[in-house]
Write a protein that binds this ligand. Structure first.
Ligand SMILES: [Ca+2]
Length: 101
Protein backbone atom coordinates (compact mmCIF):
# COMPACT_ATOMS: atom_id res chain seq x y z
CA UNK A 1 0.00 0.00 0.00
CA UNK A 2 1.41 3.41 -0.92
CA UNK A 3 1.72 5.91 1.91
CA UNK A 4 -0.28 9.14 2.17
CA UNK A 5 2.65 11.14 0.77
CA UNK A 6 3.22 8.68 -2.07
CA UNK A 7 -0.47 8.93 -3.01
CA UNK A 8 -0.17 12.74 -2.99
CA UNK A 9 2.85 12.58 -5.32
CA UNK A 10 1.03 10.22 -7.66
CA UNK A 11 -1.96 12.60 -7.70
CA UNK A 12 0.32 15.47 -8.67
CA UNK A 13 1.63 13.50 -11.65
CA UNK A 14 -1.85 12.29 -12.68
CA UNK A 15 -3.42 15.76 -12.50
CA UNK A 16 -0.56 17.29 -14.50
CA UNK A 17 -0.90 14.70 -17.26
CA UNK A 18 -4.70 14.91 -17.32
CA UNK A 19 -4.31 18.53 -18.47
CA UNK A 20 -1.01 18.35 -20.37
CA UNK A 21 -2.30 15.59 -22.67
CA UNK A 22 -5.26 17.66 -23.95
CA UNK A 23 -3.47 19.38 -26.83
CA UNK A 24 -0.05 19.73 -28.49
CA UNK A 25 2.92 18.38 -26.55
CA UNK A 26 1.46 15.85 -24.10
CA UNK A 27 4.38 16.29 -21.68
CA UNK A 28 3.89 20.02 -21.16
CA UNK A 29 1.09 22.47 -20.32
CA UNK A 30 0.25 25.20 -22.83
CA UNK A 31 -1.18 28.49 -21.54
CA UNK A 32 -4.74 27.20 -22.18
CA UNK A 33 -4.03 23.91 -20.41
CA UNK A 34 -2.48 25.72 -17.45
CA UNK A 35 -5.55 27.98 -17.28
CA UNK A 36 -7.85 24.93 -17.23
CA UNK A 37 -5.80 23.22 -14.56
CA UNK A 38 -5.79 26.29 -12.31
CA UNK A 39 -9.51 26.93 -12.80
CA UNK A 40 -10.49 23.33 -12.02
CA UNK A 41 -7.84 22.17 -9.55
CA UNK A 42 -6.70 25.31 -7.73
CA UNK A 43 -9.91 27.34 -7.54
CA UNK A 44 -9.89 27.45 -3.73
CA UNK A 45 -6.21 28.36 -3.35
CA UNK A 46 -5.74 30.72 -6.29
CA UNK A 47 -8.26 33.53 -6.54
CA UNK A 48 -6.31 35.15 -9.37
CA UNK A 49 -6.99 32.36 -11.90
CA UNK A 50 -9.95 34.32 -13.34
CA UNK A 51 -7.75 37.26 -14.29
CA UNK A 52 -6.11 36.76 -17.74
CA UNK A 53 -3.20 39.06 -16.84
CA UNK A 54 -2.52 37.00 -13.72
CA UNK A 55 -2.50 33.79 -15.77
CA UNK A 56 0.06 35.35 -18.13
CA UNK A 57 2.22 36.40 -15.20
CA UNK A 58 2.03 32.97 -13.55
CA UNK A 59 2.80 31.32 -16.90
CA UNK A 60 5.83 33.59 -17.39
CA UNK A 61 7.05 33.00 -13.83
CA UNK A 62 6.70 29.22 -14.16
CA UNK A 63 8.23 28.92 -17.62
CA UNK A 64 11.83 29.17 -16.42
CA UNK A 65 13.35 27.74 -19.62
CA UNK A 66 11.27 30.18 -21.72
CA UNK A 67 9.84 27.68 -24.23
CA UNK A 68 6.24 28.92 -23.80
CA UNK A 69 5.20 25.64 -22.17
CA UNK A 70 5.08 24.52 -18.54
CA UNK A 71 6.73 21.12 -18.01
CA UNK A 72 6.26 18.98 -14.89
CA UNK A 73 9.31 20.39 -13.13
CA UNK A 74 8.11 23.96 -13.74
CA UNK A 75 4.58 23.03 -12.61
CA UNK A 76 5.86 21.51 -9.37
CA UNK A 77 7.39 24.88 -8.40
CA UNK A 78 3.84 26.35 -8.45
CA UNK A 79 2.59 23.56 -6.18
CA UNK A 80 5.58 23.99 -3.86
CA UNK A 81 5.08 27.77 -3.70
CA UNK A 82 1.39 27.41 -2.89
CA UNK A 83 2.09 24.64 -0.36
CA UNK A 84 4.63 26.81 1.47
CA UNK A 85 2.10 29.66 1.63
CA UNK A 86 -0.60 27.27 2.88
CA UNK A 87 1.70 25.78 5.49
CA UNK A 88 2.32 29.29 6.87
CA UNK A 89 -1.46 29.81 7.15
CA UNK A 90 -1.75 26.41 8.82
CA UNK A 91 0.90 27.37 11.40
CA UNK A 92 -0.90 30.65 12.11
CA UNK A 93 -4.15 28.74 12.52
CA UNK A 94 -2.51 26.34 14.99
CA UNK A 95 -1.07 29.26 16.99
CA UNK A 96 -4.48 30.97 17.13
CA UNK A 97 -6.07 27.75 18.37
CA UNK A 98 -3.49 27.31 21.13
CA UNK A 99 -4.04 30.92 22.29
CA UNK A 100 -7.76 30.31 22.72
CA UNK A 101 -7.26 27.41 25.14
CA1 LIG B 1 8.95 25.64 -20.06
Amino acid sequence: MPSELEVAMESLIKVFHRYSSKQGNSATLSRAELKHLMANELSNFLESQKDPAAIDKIMKDLDTNGDGQVDFEEFVSLVVGLSVACEQCYQMHLRQQSHRK
